[in-house]
Design a binder for this molecule. Structure first.
Ligand code: ADP
Ligand code: MG
Length: 680
C-alpha cells in the first residue's frame, strides 16, 4: 500500500519525464492525483441502433463488421501520404461505412464477422452518412471507452487524457482515501463517503453516482474553506467591548425627515444587537447605490454618541467626507450630536484645534478620510469606526485600528452588491447586513445600448441636456499600454469633444493619473455646475452626488463588468429629473450584447451582480483578481451557492462544537498554508 504523500513516481509508467509533465498540472503526489478532478465529462452511455443515429450527435451502437478493412494511401506533396482505412458495419437496422484516418493499425483490429461497440458521431447528409474515427471495443467487453461516462482531464502537451486516467486508476488502486467529513455532517447533508466520491468522480458508473460524487466533493471543498474562516473568526472574538444601551433610538427615528425602509431598519437592528453583545462588532453593510446606507451609519453613530462613545466616519475622498458632513450636521445638530470635519485641506491651526477637542471628548462624531486613523488623531473614547464606500478595509487599516489600543466596533459600508454568500467568503470574518430595498419614489435610470451609428443623435442628446441646464458624465475605459486605438482614451476624447464636437460647451477631464487634490478640484467644480460635461475614467465610480447630472454615457461599454457599469450608473438619477444612461459599444458579439442588455433591463444591483458572477465567473468579478477569493478546484461559486451555504453552516457547527476531526484540521492547515488564501 502506498502513502498518499508518496510521489507519483511510484506508479508504473511514470518516469521523470512524465512526472515533470504532471508537475506542470500541479500534481506531484498520489494525493494530488486523486484530487486532480476532470474538467468535464463525455456522456457515452447512449446506445442506439444504426438507423436511429443522428448527424453530429455522438452515440454508441453495437454492430458487426461486414467487410474486410481496406487501407488506402494517397501521395501528398512533400512526399507525405494521406492514409485512411474503410470498413463497413451493420446491425439489424442498417449498414454504415466507417473511415479511419491515419489509424490503419487500430482499424486493422476490426475482424470481419465480429461484433463491437462503437462510439462516434455521424457526418454527412441525405447523400449518405458515414462516420470518421469512431472509438470501439469488443461488444462483450466491459465498457471502458464506450458505454461509459468518460472523464476529460485538463492536459498539457505530451500528456494524453488516457495517460492521466490510467495514472489516476493506478493511484486509486494503491492508496487509501481519508475521510475529512464527520459522519454526522455526511448524514445531515446526505453526502457519500470520500472513497466512493473519488472513485465515481474519476470513473463514473452512472450519471447519478457522478452527481453524488460531485456534490460531496464540492461540499467538502467549501466545508474545509469555511472551517478555516470560522477558525480565523473565532480567534478574533477573544476581545470584548462594553455593551451599549440601545434603547433610546426613538428620538433619532422621529427626527429623520423620512421613515427608514424595512431593509434599513433591519440593518440598524443588526448593528444595535452587536452593540449590546459585549463583543466588538465587525460588520459589512452592503447596499445598492442610493439605498440609504448613510442613514444606517448615522443611526449607529447616534447610538454610540448616546452611550458617550465617539465615532470616526471615514470616506475615501475629502469631497465625500465633506458631503457626509454637510448632510449629517443638519440632522445631528437637532439631536445634540457634535460633529467635526477633519480633512487635510484645513489649516494646521484649525486641525490642531479640532484634534484637541476630539481628544477632550468635545466631539461625538468626526468625519474625514482614512488619514483619520493613520494620522496622530487621539480620541477620548473611540467606540465606533465606520468605513464608507469601501470594498475592503485592509489589513493596514485594521492594524492601525488595533494600534489605537482599543477595540472599537467596526462598520464597513460597501455599495458593490455582492451576492450574500460570496460576501461571506470575501469578508470571512465579518457579519453581513444587506440593504436590498431602495427608498420609495426613486425614478429608475433609463438605460440604452447603442452603437456608433447613433453617435450624431447622441451628441444632440448631450447638447440638449446642457441646454436644459443639466450635466453629463462621459466615461471612457482606462487604457493599458499596448491596447488598440479604437478605444476612446479619456484625455484624447475630452480634447476631441472640447475642440470639435462641443466647442460651445464646458468640458472637464478627470482621470486616475491626476493628483488627489487636482481630482477633487475638478469633481467639485463639476458638482458646482461649472462644467457641462465631465469626461472621466472610472475614478468617478465612488460615491459623489451631483444631483444635476442626468446623463451618463459609457464609451466602449463592453470593456466594463456589469457591476461596474451599474455602479457608474448610480452616479446619476440622484435629483428629481429623469436620467439616462447610454452604453456605447460597437462590439457585435451576441454574448456581449446580451450582457449589456441585461443592464438595460434591470436596476437591481444584486441581480446584476449575480448575473455578472454567472457570466464572467468569480475570477473576473471585480474586473481583477484582487478580491482575495480562493480558486476552488471543483466548486463553482456561480452554480453551487446553495451548497456553499450548507457547507458554511456545517463548518460553523463543527468548529464551534470544538471537536474537529484530525483530518479536517490538517486539510484546513493545508489550505491556510498553500492556497491563495489572501483574506483581507
Ligand atoms: P447610499 O446607500 O448610496 O450611500 P445615501 O445614503 O446617499 O445612499 O442615500 C441616498 C439618498 O436617499 C439620500 O438623499 C438620502 O437622504 C435618501 N434617503 C435615505 N433613506 C431614505 C428613506 N428611508 N426614505 C427616503 N429617502 C431616503
Ligand atoms: Mg453612500
Amino acid at each position: 500500500m502506498a502513502q498518499a504523500t508518496d510521489s507519483i513516481r511510484v506508479l508504473p509508467g511514470i518516469g521523470p519525464k512524465k512526472a515533470e509533465l504532471f508537475a506542470k498540472l500541479g500534481v506531484t503526489t498520489l494525493a494530488d492525483l486523486l484530487r486532480f478532478y476532470p474538467r468535464d465529462y463525455e456522456d457515452r452511455t447512449r446506445l442506439l441502433p444504426i438507423a436511429s443515429l443522428e448527424a453530429d450527435s455522438p452515440a454508441c451502437f453495437i454492430a458487426s463488421v461486414v467487410t474486410n478493412p481496406q487501407t488506402y494511401r494517397i501521395p501528398k506533396p512533400g512526399g507525405r501520404h494521406l492514409e485512411y482505412t474503410k470498413v463497413a458495419v451493420a446491425d439489424h437496422t442498417g449498414r454504415l461505412n466507417l473511415t479511419f484516418f491515419n489509424a490503419s493499425y487500430t482499424a486493422g483490429r476490426l475482424q470481419r464477422g465480429e461484433t463491437y461497440c462503437f462510439y462516434g458521431a455521424l457526418t454527412g447528409d441525405f447523400l449518405g452518412y458515414s462516420m470518421t474515427n469512431p472509438l470501439f471495443e469488443p461488444a462483450d467487453a466491459a465498457g471502458t471507452v464506450t458505454r461509459c461516462i468518460m472523464p476529460i482531464y485538463p492536459l498539457t502537451a505530451g500528456l494524453t487524457n488516457k495517460q492521466v486516467l490510467s495514472a489516476v486508476q493506478a493511484a486509486m488502486a494503491r492508496c487509501g482515501v481519508t475521510e475529512t467529513l464527520p459522519d454526522s455532517v455526511r448524514q445531515t447533508y446526505s453526502l457519500c463517503d470520500a472513497a466512493y466520491a473519488l472513485r465515481e468522480v474519476h470513473m463514473p458508473s452512472s450519471a447519478e453516482a457522478l452527481e453524488a460524487a460531485l456534490k460531496r466533493l464540492t461540499f467538502e471543498e467549501f466545508y474545509v474553506f469555511s472551517a478555516a474562516l470560522a477558525l480565523l473568526r473565532a480567534k478574533r472574538t477573544v476581545y470584548t467591548a462594553p455593551p451599549m444601551n440601545t434603547g433610546r433610538m426613538a428620538v433619532f427615528y422621529d427626527t429623520l425627515p423620512f421613515t427608514l425602509t424595512g431593509a434599513q431598519r433591519r440593518a440598524v437592528e443588526e448593528i444595535l444587537s452587536d452593540f449590546r453583545s459585549g463583543r466588538p462588532m465587525s460588520r459589512l453593510v452592503q447596499g445598492d447605490v442610493g439605498s440609504g446606507k448613510t442613514m444606517v451609519a448615522a443611526a449607529a453613530a447616534y447610538c454610540a454618541a448616546n452611550n458617550g462613545r465617539q465615532t470616526a466616519l471615514m470616506a475615501p475622498t475629502e469631497i465625500l467626507a465633506r458631503q457626509h458632513f454637510d448632510r449629517l450636521t443638519l440632522l445631528f445638530s437637532a439631536l445634540g450630536v457634535r460633529c467635526a470635519l477633519l480633512t487635510g485641506s484645513l489649516s494646521p491651526a484649525k486641525k490642531k484645534e479640532l484634534r484637541q477637542k476630539l481628544a477632550d471628548g468635545e466631539f461625538d462624531l468626526v468625519i474625514g478620510t482614512h488619514a483619520l486613523l493613520t494620522e496622530s488623531t487621539v480620541f477620548s473614547d473611540l467606540g465606533l469606526v465606520i468605513a464608507d464606500e469601501q470594498h475592503r478595509f485592509g489589513v493596514a487599516q485594521r492594524a492601525a485600528l488595533l494600534a489605537k489600543g482599543q477595540q472599537p466596533h467596526l462598520l464597513i459600508m460597501s455599495a458593490t452588491p455582492i451576492p450574500r454568500t460570496l460576501a461571506l467568503l470575501l469578508y470571512g470574518d465579518l457579519d453581513v447586513s444587506i440593504i436590498d430595498e431602495l427608498p420609495p419614489g426613486r425614478l429608475p435610470v433609463e438605460t440604452y445600448l447603442v452603437d456608433e451609428r447613433y453617435r450624431v443623435r447622441l451628441n444632440g442628446f448631450i447638447r440638449r441636456q446642457a441646454e436644459e441646464g443639466h450635466q453629463t458624465f462621459i466615461v471612457c475605459p482606462s487604457i493599458e499600454e499596448g491596447e488598440t486605438e479604437s478605444l476612446k482614451a479619456a484625455e484624447q476624447w475630452a480634447r476631441t469633444l472640447r475642440d470639435s464636437v462641443f466647442p460651445q460647451l464646458r468640458v472637464a477631464l478627470l482621470h486616475g493619473k491626476m493628483k488627489g487634490a487636482e481630482k477633487e478640484a475638478v469633481m467639485e467644480a463639476f458638482a458646482a455646475g461649472e462644467y457641462d460635461i465631465l469626461v472621466a475614467t472610472t475614478v468617478i465610480e465612488v460615491g459623489v452626488d451631483v444631483p444635476n447630472a442626468t446623463l451618463m454615457v459609457v464609451e466602449n461599454a463592453d470593456r466594463f463588468g456589469l457591476s461596474q457599469l451599474h455602479q457608474l450608473r448610480g452616479r446619476i438619477g440622484r435629483g428629481g429629473a429623469k436620467s439616462y444612461c447610454i452604453l456605447v459599444s460597437d462590439n457585435q458579439s451576441a454574448e456581449t450584447r446580451a450582457r449589456l442588455k441585461a443592464l438595460c433591463a434591470t436596476s437591481d444591483g444584486f441581480r446584476i451582480a449575480e448575473e455578472d458572477l454567472k457570466l464572467r465567473g468569480p475570477g473576473d468579478f471585480f474586473g481583477s483578481r484582487q478580491h482575495g477569493l480562493p480558486a476552488f478546484r471543483i466548486g463553482n461559486l456561480a452554480e453551487d451557492l446553495e451548497l456553499l451555504k450548507q457547507a458554511q453552516q456545517a463548518a460553523a457547527e463543527t468548529v464551534s462544537g470544538g471537536n474537529m476531526p484530525e483530518s479536517l484540521r490538517s486539510a484546513v492547515e493545508n489550505l491556510l498554508q498553500n492556497s491563495e488564501f489572501a483574506m483581507n
